[in-house]
Design a protein around this ligand. Structure first.
Ligand SMILES: Cc1ncc(C[n+]2csc(CCOP(=O)(O)OP(=O)(O)O)c2C)c(N)n1
Ligand SMILES: [Mg+2]
Length: 559
């Protein structure tokens, strides 16, 4: 409880700083190492979500960071809590999402003895975070929390970990609060934009690649207007499909896993590539094969908010150190001596041809048909959350994202993300339709957060694509070691009964034509729901089957 003498505990100062920095939600698994913070939550205006495992809590914070651009916040206990949470920290790192994670720590007078659950967080998290620090002086709580927020949100965003010795948290101090942190935009210079205009004006087959973070709906709209004006094809990189309205005539497709071969051909023959926001990592670069390293073979513009990222892999013909928000705003006033001209219509036609109709699939459930139904049925502001697994290929291929922040999924390819992300999205946007898609393997990595959804009455629907295996790995296995199935089969629980046991709604679907009614039933239940889809294990991608992959591999190996 707060004292009346103007003195606050360090924990109270900390919780006050969070509110000053605009934090509304915190996600946590409690621990005795930060009881004083839990107590300070009690009198605060923060909305606290108590989770079932720290990875879930950290992924929830990451999802908030991803869609708002402001640090998502979680609290976890020392040793086991922090190491559990590292899964979410890795996602924040790879996805360039702002997260501030606070970790309980042993008392200062016990440090370095390997006291109960003691971990050196600087050493453990150091390479995965933008900053990892400990607050040993309670008077410095405002300073260090302020820096944590600036660091996580600005430049290339990422995770920050702050550890809190438990005896430090209960010290009473008279400390002045820090002012709210600000999101700092890095704007492109006039000279760079002039050069960009000259390069674009000279191009006859330009293409834009959108990715990364530091976007907003307004920035996405600016890019769409610009692309429309000059008919420039725009594609999105892995798990960033929400950066461009996929029904727009300039949308050229998804540059992720298993992209449209015509999109790859278009990029290879482009006479100008404009990469905005993303790092052009392993997936967008198609395992670093699409563009020559270090100097891309075609004129290449790289716009990125982190100075350290420019030139890290690609030495672009023009590197622009700017946030996507600032770059997109600057597009509006671009002047050309020769107007650019691209062929967006042809690019979009290729996209439509690739995605319009579901492909034929073995078995009685066609996941492509389910995705096509969902894309027509869900409102444009619905949010899809998912983790990793081959099932996601059907999302990328057949769903059509319309708005910024409508796809919340890990570019890091991390399993177990969908349910925590959906919990966070329903907490943040109770009025929006939230759908989680999960593989059977993927779901059970953090499926226990379904209990969190029930606890807080968060009615989102989880569609579990149940093929009885870790399908992605089985696919790779059949390619490399045909017929030698090893550690990829799964015996699953009754997922509909699982939902009911937690107090949610559950239904199992065996045929494509039964999916719409089941989905609507799940919606009507008003509860967190699971719709389990029985998918034939043969249906491993939208375009091939397990048997075909095996046969091809055996033929190649002469077996
Ligand atoms: C946390 C984590 N562990 C392991 C992997 C490796 N992995 C990638 S996909 C996959 C299998 C996914 O299985 P499932 O969720 O059932 O989806 P499916 O591929 O069967 O559609 C595995 C094990 C990963 N990406 N993330
Ligand atoms: Mg599976």
């Amino acid at each position: 409880m707060r004292a009346k003498d103007n003195m606050r505990t360090a924990a109270e100062v900390l919780v006050d700083q969070l509110q000053i920095h605009g934090v509304k939600h915190v996600f946590c698994v409690p621990g005795e190492s930060y009881l004083a913070v839990l107590d300070a939550f009690h009198d605060s205006d923060l909305t606290v979500t108590v989770c079932r495992q720290e990875a879930g809590a950290c992924m929830m914070a990451e999802a908030i960071g991803k869609v708002t651009g402001r640090p998502g916040v979680c609290f976890v206990t020392r040793g086991p809590g922090a190491t559990n949470a590292s899964h979410g920290i890795h996602i924040a790192r790879q996805d360039s999402s702002p997260v501030v994670m606070f970790v309980g720590q042993v008392a200062r007078d016990m440090r370095e003895r390997e006291a109960f659950q003691e971990v050196d967080y600087g050493a453990f998290f150091g390479p995965m975070t933008k900053w990892a620090a400990e607050i040993s002086d309670p008077a410095r709580v405002p300073e260090i929390v302020s820096r944590a927020f600036y660091t996580a949100a600005n430049g290339r965003p990422g995770p920050v970990v702050i550890s809190l010795p438990e005896d430090m948290l209960v010290e009473r101090i008279a400390a002045a609060d820090a002012p709210p942190f600000t999101v700092v935009e890095t704007s492109p210079g006039a000279a760079e934009m002039e050069k960009f205009a000259a390069m674009l004006g000279a191009a006859r087959a330009p293409i834009m690649l959108l990715g990364g973070s530091r976007w907003s709906q307004a920035a996405c709209d600016n890019v769409a207007r610009f692309a429309q004006k000059y008919s420039i094809p725009v594609c999105t990189t892995f798990r960033r499909g929400h950066l461009f309205d996929q029904t727009h005539f300039c949308y050229a497709g998804d540059l992720g896993i298993g992209p449209n071969p015509k999109l790859l051909a278009r990029i290879k023959s482009a006479d100008l590539v404009i990469a905005v926001g993303g790092r052009i990592g392993e997936l967008p670069s198609q395992s670093y094969t699409l563009f020559d390293i270090p100097h891309p073979q075609m004129p290449f513009v790289h716009v990125h908010p982190g100075a350290e990222e420019l030139g890290r892999v690609y030495s672009a013909h023009l590197a622009i150190h700017a946030t996507p928000v600032a770059f997109a705003a600057a597009l509006e006033s671009l002047k050309f001596s020769r107007a650019p001209a691209g062929d967006a219509t042809a690019a979009h036609a290729d996209y439509l041809e690739w995605t319009e109709k579901p492909t034929e699939q073995p078995g009685s459930v066609n996941l492509g048909a389910v995705m096509v139904w969902l894309r027509d049925y869900l409102p444009p502001d619905a949010i899809l959350c998912n983790g990793a697994g081959n099932y996601a290929a059907w999302i990328h291929r057949f769903f059509r994202f319309r708005r910024f922040g409508s796809h919340v999924a890990p570019a890091s390819g991390s399993m177990g993300y969908g349910v925590p992300a959906a919990v966070a999205m329903k907490r943040l946007y109770p009025e929006r339709e939230i759908v989680c898609l999960a593989g059977d393997g993927d779901f059970l990595m953090n499926g226990q957060e379904f209990a969190t959804a029930v606890q807080y009455n968060l009615p989102f629907i989880t569609v579990i694509v149940d093929n009885g295996m870790y399908g992605t790995i089985r696919m790779h296995q059949e390619r490399d070691y045909p017929g030698r199935i090893s550690a990829t089969e799964l015996r699953n629980p009754d997922f509909a009964a699982y939902a009911r046991a937690f107090g949610g709604f559950g239904v199992s679907v065996e045929r494509t034509e039964d999916f719409p009614a089941a989905f609507k039933q799940a919606q009507a239940s008003g509860k967190p729901a699971i719709v389990r889809l029985a998918v034939d294990p043969e249906a491993i991608t939208p375009t091939t089957t397990i048997s075909k992959i095996r046969a091809k591999s055996l033929a190649e190996k002469g077996g």
